[in-house]
Write a protein that binds this ligand. Structure first.
Ligand code: F6R
Length: 239
């Protein structure tokens, strides 16, 4: 694993965006795996800026998001569908037909949706470049501690600390307790992976994921098993 320690969050975001831009310029129909959360916001901003000023073309790009809350309609203000629209898709020319996000809408048949998602990834030829964040408890996507490294896209219960973290964003609205997420097995099949981590609250998880034993109790430690991972950290997350 390569570890890039950047001076601050802005540099982390620029570094991540530069790697994505390079990959898109090298392969216009790149298949890109995308995270949500606070960490990638700066990267999406950088990508939108480059799209505007340097004529970056995303028209052939195919995207697969890592996860979605279960029980939220796609147009729910706190859904990851909405997040992606507001922070990225609304401003760039990614074709709607090429955007894939697991559907967590109320009443969805989650097993069928999970199988459909895995098939869609296969039919796209697999994921070329997948970007993940990391939870303070070591989760990647919504694979919480204890998740099997062979796991595939499926419904999961969120860990209490993940729910507590989500509560800050949901405020008075009901906080989802479950999600649909790519599995660790799905993630490890991506050809290249970028791990982004910013802030002191992530330092412990980063240390355990990158330098601790490979263990199901730290889902992100599975990334040590992958041959092409670049971890991009800011200084606070690297200490
Ligand atoms: C989001 C996701 C999560 C986040 C992680 C870190 O799609 O899969 O694993 O990457 O919870 O979230 P932030 O960046 O908000 O600290």
């Amino acid at each position: 694993m390569r570890v890039l320690v950047t001076a601050d969050y802005r540099t982390l975001s620029q570094t991540a965006a530069e790697l994505v831009i390079k990959a898109v310029r090298a392969k216009a129909d790149l298949t890109l795996g995308l995270p949500t959360g606070s960490t990638p916001l700066g990267m999406y901003e950088e990508l939108v800026t480059t799209y505007r000023h340097q004529h970056l073309d995303f028209s052939q790009l195919r995207t697969f998001n890592l996860d979605e809350y279960l029980g939220l309609s796609q147009d729910h203000p706190k859904s990851y569908h909405t997040y992606m629209r507001l922070h990225f898709f609304e401003y760039v020319n990614v074709s709607t037909a090429n955007i894939h996000i697991p559907d967590g809408s109320p009443g969805i048949d989650v097993d069928a949706e999970s199988a459909r998602y895995e098939t869609a990834i296969q039919q796209a030829g697999g994921i070329d470049l997948l970007i993940v964040g990391i939870g303070a408890n070591g989760h990647i996507a919504f694979n919480e501690p204890g998740s099997a490294f062979e796991s595939r896209t499926r419904a999961v219960d969120l860990a209490p600390e993940t729910i507590a973290n989500a509560r800050q964003h949901f405020r008075t609205e009901a906080v989802p307790l479950r999600a649909i997420t790519m599995g660790i097995g799905t993630i490890l099949e991506a050809r290249r992976i970028l791990l982004l981590a910013a802030g002191a609250s992530k330092a412990g998880a980063v240390e355990r994921a990158l330098r601790g034993p490979v263990s199901q109790s730290v889902p992100a430690s599975a990334l040590q098993l992958h041959p092409h991972v670049i971890a991009i950290l800011d200084e606070a997350a690297s200490r």
